[in-house]
Write a protein that binds this ligand. Structure first.
Ligand code: ADP
Length: 373
């Protein structure tokens, strides 16, 4: 928008008319004081400013405007009776562009200057936009880099923990073997086995992530008995976590078409999390049913729960709830992989949770997910 400042109403009207004819948006002020008020309120690309006005003259107005941050980009064209006056005003205004036209105003010249200022303004605006988006992009890179570094450090730590345990058990095994203490040998072997399983799981998850990234996560879909799979998983979970009891409610009562190992992986992830994030509790509820051709499986715990702000992010890659990340080990990729597996079966994952009371993770997939996503 252009602001025309002139104390002579006829000048204001004729300038306004000409510029509006050329599609410029115009505002007017009939004194320096009124102009200052308007500049404080609105943003102008250009101010056409009469120099000789009673009260505040054009120079004073320009000097005052130069202190307004709002008018940083605003250009000024002075309308002055004598062109020598111009050298006095240049000192007062250093922010936007500055130019002058002598009176009587040559409308063609004024139009030319207005158009030039507008073009410069547009170019500046575009340059600023480009600069901002470049800065944003740099920040986003930086952020990705930071996340990657953080992930590498967590992953190395997570891999090192079971590895150190295995090393320790192997040393103990050596001593027990030398002593011929078979019972202790068996005990240490069992413990080393658990740590190796952990290591294996971590590496498998890391490989899955890179397969998802490169679009190489493949599925081997067949018909399988989901009820059997669920019972087996519950059995295995109970063996490694005897303090927990998983109560199953309902059944599918039909076969599912999907990748059995991958669906098992999702279920194991939900159950492992339910156990991990529910210290001091011992009950988990698993619900399964088939409704209108869709299998629904939900795992509900009475654990630490998740706050509403964190809840929408738990399926994001590398996401771990900040305040619990020190207390519980993990890579923050299990749920991301689970969500991808379910999505590729044409289904969806979800979670309901109350902070401090517990969480319920569920997935829904078509019983016959023949369509590859
Ligand atoms: P990990 O458990 O290895 O950190 P996941 O991807 O399985 O990674 O889970 C992501 C995050 O979601 C976890 O770090 C945890 O903060 C939160 N979370 C997952 N399951 C539960 C649960 N049952 N109860 C509370 N928080 C959970």
């Amino acid at each position: 928008m252009i602001l025309i400042v002139d104390d002579t109403p006829e000048n204001l009207i004729s300038l306004k008319k000409v510029l509006e004819k050329h599609n410029f948006e115009i505002d007017t002020a009939s004194s320096g004081e009124e102009a200052l008020k308007k500049v404080l309120k609105n943003s102008y690309v250009l101010i056409i400013l009469d120099v000789q006005m009673p009260g505040m003259d054009g120079f004073e107005v320009a000097e005052a405007i130069s202190g307004y941050s709002k008018a940083k980009e605003t250009a000024i064209i002075f309308l002055s009776a004598v062109n020598t006056e111009f050298k006095f005003i240049a000192k007062g205004y250093s922010s936007g562009g500055l130019d002058y036209i002598t009176k009587p105003v040559d409308m063609n010249l004024l139009l030319l200057k207005v158009k030039t200022f507008y073009r410069i303004y547009e170019q500046n605006r575009k340059l600023n936009e480009m600069q901002e988006s470049l800065l944003e992009e740099i920040e986003f890179r930086k952020e990705a880099e930071r996340k990657k570094d953080e992930f590498i450090s967590i992953a190395s730590h997570e891999l090192k923990t079971p590895l150190t345990s295995v090393k320790g058990y192997v040393q103990l095994l050596e001593r027990s073997v030398n002593k011929g203490d078979i019972e202790t040998v068996k005990k240490h072997l069992g413990k080393a086995q658990v740590q190796l399983e952990k290591l294996n799981g971590l590496i498998a998850d890391l490989l899955d992530i890179s397969k998802i990234e490169s679009g190489k996560l493949k599925f081997n879909k067949q018909h399988f008995a989901i009820d059997c799979l669920i019972d087996n998983v519950i059995e295995v979970m109970h063996q490694s976590n005897p303090e927990f009891k998983v109560h199953k409610k309902g059944s599918a009562g039909c076969e599912i078409f999907g990748d059995e190992m991958r669906i098992e992986q999702v279920l194991v992830n939900f159950l492992t999390n339910a156990i991990k994030y529910s210290p001091g509790t011992s009950e988990i509820h698993l619900t399964v049913n088939v409704n209108e051709g869709a299998l629904y499986v939900a795992v509900k715990d009475s654990g630490i729960g998740i706050s509403p702000e964190q809840l929408p992010h738990v399926f994001d890659k590398f996401y771990r709830v900040e305040e619990t990340s020190q207390r519980f080990q993990g890579l923050g990729i299990g749920l991301y992989i689970s969500a991808e597996i379910i999505r590729r079966h044409g289904g969806k994952v979800g979670v309901n949770s109350t902070y401090g009371e517990g969480s319920e993770f569920y997935f829904i997939i078509p019983v016959d997910s023949t369509t590859e996503v």
